[in-house]
Design a protein around this ligand. Structure first.
Ligand SMILES: [Zn+2]
Length: 217
């Protein structure tokens, strides 16, 4: 046992019950949120389907809230058991994305929070799978100086819109690649749809799926 664990014994991320390692869930709290499923993207959209791993309740709600609003990025460790389980699902489906693309937050939010929670939750796991993580999208918040943008970007320089960093996709332009978008919470699906549609405009042959840790829908 490490010194830190002696001084500060690991407890369940939600209920405080003793567990073996820091960031772990007790069985009861884990089972209360675990709910792996797949929903189809809307007809005629660029999004094939959305994998969802848990319900946005109990410990999952506390965990994501702590990461996003209380600066506790270390709590992202709590995503591990659900992602490990999803690794098995991917193996079963023989699914290997060509690239993984995180849903970005705006620059102003990143300055305020210090990090994108999506990176904290998924990046280590994606690296462990030897999958390629690419920050392909930029989220605009209307605060970008217009003179830094192209004509098309100016049109879209509004709150909530995405831009594709086209310099990064040239290599994939005419290829049948598969893209996995990752985000923390699924609610209406509007964010994922907009991200998928934006990518589709520059990579029309890409098959796009999404993965979210939780669903609040
Ligand atoms: Zn617990």
């Amino acid at each position: 046992m490490r010194l830190w664990d002696l001084l500060c014994p690991p407890t369940c991320i939600h209920c405080g019950k003793d567990v073996y390692t820091q960031g772990e869930w007790c069985d009861t709290c884990l089972r209360a949120v675990m709910h792996e499923r797949c929903i189809m993207g809307p007809k005629y959209s660029s999004l094939e389907c959305i994998y969802i791993l848990t319900d946005y309740v109990g410990g999952m709600k506390t965990m994501l809230h702590d990461i996003k609003f209380n600066g506790k990025k270390e709590r992202a460790l709590g995503a591990a058991p659900f992602l490990q389980r999803f690794t098995v699902t991917c193996l079963d489906m023989n699914y290997i994305p060509t690239i993984v693309v995180p849903i970005p937050i705006s620059d102003s939010k990143r300055k305020q929070r210090g990090y994108n929670q999506v990176d904290m939750l998924f990046k280590d796991w994606v690296n462990q799978q030897n999958w390629k993580w690419i920050d392909l999208l930029v989220k605009l918040d209307g605060s970008k100086p217009m003179w830094t943008l192209t004509k098309e970007e100016r049109r879209k320089n509004m709150k909530g819109h995405f831009l594709v960093r086209s310099d990064m996709v040239n290599a994939y332009a005419d290829k049948d690649i598969s893209i996995l978008l990752v985000d923390d919470i699924y609610t209406t699906g509007a964010t994922l749809l907009e991200a998928a549609d934006t990518i589709h405009t520059v990579l029309p042959r890409a098959k796009i799926k999404a993965l979210t840790l939780a669903s609040g829908a």
